[in-house]
Write a protein of this length. Sequence first.
Length: 265
Amino acid sequence: MSQSPALNMQTPNPMKKKIITALIAVVVGHMGVLWAVGQMKTPELKPIEKEPLKVRFVKIQESPKPLPPKPKAEPKKEQPKPKEVKKVEIVEKQLPPPPKKIEKVQQVKKAETPKPVVKPVEAPPKPTVSTTISETKVVKPAPVTPPPAPVTPPAPPAPVAPPAPPSPKNVVIGDSGVQWSRSPKPSYSNSDLEGQTRNAMVYIEANEKGVITSARMVRSTGVPALDEKILRSVRSSKFKPYKENGVAYPIKANLPLLLTLNPRG
């Protein structure tokens, strides 16, 4: 009566068949959807045209700084009013005229004529006029004494200008003029003379101590290198101070030079 296990394996369960068919249907559906999606054309997207943004720069103005408050005007000081001086008018009262003198005459008998007796009538006292004047005190300002004038110190004496240096004297170099304490000795060779005798003249200026301050060529030898040797030699030389009446003077002179060929070469 019992069935064998081999028969149970051959007869599949209907529930499993339904699940397998459902899975197959799902897979086929997905494949169909993928194929349909692959066949669809991608829609062309139209470019969106946008208007360019317009930017406008606005300059921000700074708010003006508040002005400082104006200083309050100081109240003007009231000047003291001068005291009023009351004017008092003096009124002169007219005095009444003096009464007439009344003479009493007594009737006397004709036989006796006595002299009339006249009694002096006392004059009424003069009325006194009382006048009051208000006294006002006038305060005079105290005299202001001016400050003493400043005492200016005496001006210093003007500096004494140094004496002007004596003008240079024109002299002749030699026995009758000035003499050398160190004479110029230019060194040259026959090649410097370029085979001929050369003449030159040098203008010299020296101070009162005999130091040569300036030397320049007046007449050139014709050879610039030889002129430079002569000037160097003259500038390194020195005169004896030139004096007149014990006073030393600067000098200026012309120095002639004769440059000859050396027979020894």
